[in-house]
Design a binder for this molecule. Structure first.
Ligand code: ZN
Ligand code: ZN
Length: 195
């Protein structure tokens, strides 16, 4: 399964059934997603429960996923900036990008995930990182500096909050951190489940 906006581990795809299954839409056997919370015209809301849809049917738009993004909530009606976030929807955000993201699985989160944006586009989901991943991915070994450069100010207290007293190296934290990369400029950004 190849997605432009999802390059994370396959087991971080939400609603994906573990083994290949028979698609309820096209009847072919392939990797399938549960349709319960998807957008689809194929089944009524009452009939979606327990139904499955395959990768090919997702890419053809027989069913789609809604996504909460920094540009607003993306669903069958397009983008709706119900939260009035600071980031304006860029005029250059082509309808193809909205369609591409709707045909991309959600990533598994504890709470509702927020799809990050950069360079007037949705970023590419890379997967979850633990503190060790910040050290190993930083050019100079300064994991905290990389974390701070990736994380918005209102969320960047996680590092220091997680650091035990009298320690300089962070080994673990209580949260799950989601990493995104900009496909245009390579910028890394991330967020985590906060209360
Ligand atoms: Zn199918
Ligand atoms: Zn960028």
């Amino acid at each position: 399964m190849i997605f432009k906006y999802f390059k994370g581990p396959i087991d971080e795809m939400s609603s994906l059934v573990n083994e290949t299954s028979i698609c309820s839409i096209c009847k072919k056997t392939d990797h399938c997603f549960e349709l319960d919370y998807t957008i689809t015209d194929v089944f009524n809301d009452d009939d979606k429960e327990g139904k499955l849809g395959c990768y090919a049917c997702l890419r053809e738009g027989r069913f789609e996923f809604w996504h909460d993004t920094e540009f607003g909530l993306l669903d069958e009606n397009g983008l709706d900036n119900i939260y009035k976030r600071d980031i304006a929807v860029p005029a250059s955000l082509a309808i193809e990008k909205l369609t591409e993201l709707k045909r991309t699985p959600q990533f598994i989160t504890w709470q509702q995930g927020l799809w990050l944006t950069h360079c007037d586009d949705f970023m590419v989901y890379k997967g979850t990182w633990e503190p060790k991943d910040f050290y190993s991915n930083s050019k100079d070994g300064d994991g905290k500096a990389l974390f701070m450069s990736m994380t918005d100010e209102d969320m960047n207290h996680l590092w220091d909050d997680s650091l035990p007293e009298n320690k300089n190296i962070l080994e673990e934290w209580y949260s799950t951190y989601y990493v995104f990369e900009c496909s245009h400029c390579g910028k890394l950004r991330g967020n985590w489940d906060c209360d």
